[in-house]
Ligand binder design. Structure first.
Ligand code: CA
Length: 247
């Protein structure tokens, strides 16, 4: 498992690196937001551990940026143990919070716990009979797998949620605001409609043959997006437009 540490103080950065390496993780350390964004884009860490105070930068702004890029869980480090900070941080979308000073045992336990939860939501047993298919696109809500023309498409958790939600109501148009509410459902404070636009772009790049002329997820100008089931009846949908078992 790869962990990215974002901390501007060299001593703390080194200490965190040593502790997590001792736990068997592959560790990369950076000192600022620019370094963090570059590292996430290239290395796709399994978890990001970031300090709330990054010199002149605010770690919460960085977390917002990271959330637009993907779904690696994030753990905040903070020297301020006030309850208000804790709540604000979690509402910002951090998966956990570690207050300095912390013990090595607490760090290990919290990191392991967040990674375990993250794996539990991303990996589920294969039950292919539950999938629904539209032409050569197959969506399986139980295994959270998507195949295009028989090939597995790698989607992040939120990309899958977005596609599955749109596909569960074919041809129904959803505004970005509705999608934020339905797919992201919480943390409205830090999520803006650009989050939806960016995720739509990413999903299209992965499932569309020509992302510039999408066939599955179309834009309804001035309104939002909808899933186009294509010609013929989709397999596995009932009239109530919910995902159901395909026989
Ligand atoms: Ca710091």
């Amino acid at each position: 498992m790869r962990i990215l540490i974002v901390e501007d103080e060299p001593e703390m950065r080194e200490l965190l690196g040593q502790l997590l390496e001792a736990d068997g993780y592959e560790v990369e350390t950076v000192s600022d937001s620019a370094g963090a964004l570059a590292a996430v884009a290239v290395r796709e860490p399994d978890l990001v551990l970031l300090d709330v105070v990054l010199g002149g930068e605010d770690g919460r702004d960085l977390l917002h940026e990271l959330r637009l890029m993907g779904n690696a869980p994030a753990v905040f480090l903070t020297g301020r143990g006030l309850e208000m900070d804790r709540i604000a941080g979690l509402r910002m979308g951090a998966d956990d919070y570690i207050v300095k000073p912390f013990s090595p045992g607490e760090l290990s336990a919290r990191i392991a716990n967040v990674l375990r939860r993250s794996r539990a939501t991303n990996v589920q047993p294969r039950q292919s009979e539950s999938s629904v298919s539209f032409g050569d696109l197959r969506i399986d809500p139980l295994t959270r797998e998507v195949e295009r023309a028989g090939e597995l498409v790698e989607l992040t958790a939120k990309e899958f949620d977005l596609l599955a939600f749109l596909a569960s109501s074919p041809r129904q148009v959803f505004s970005r605001q509705q999608l934020l509410q339905q797919v992201w459902s919480s943390c409205r404070e830090w999520q803006d409609e650009a989050t939806v636009t960016e995720h739509i772009r990413r999903v299209r790049r992965k499932i569309e043959q020509d992302p510039d002329h999408p066939r599955w997820i179309t834009t309804v100008r001035g309104v939002g997006y909808r899933f186009e089931p294509g010609a013929g009846s989709p397999i596995g949908y009932d009239r109530r437009r919910h995902l159901v078992r395909a026989s």
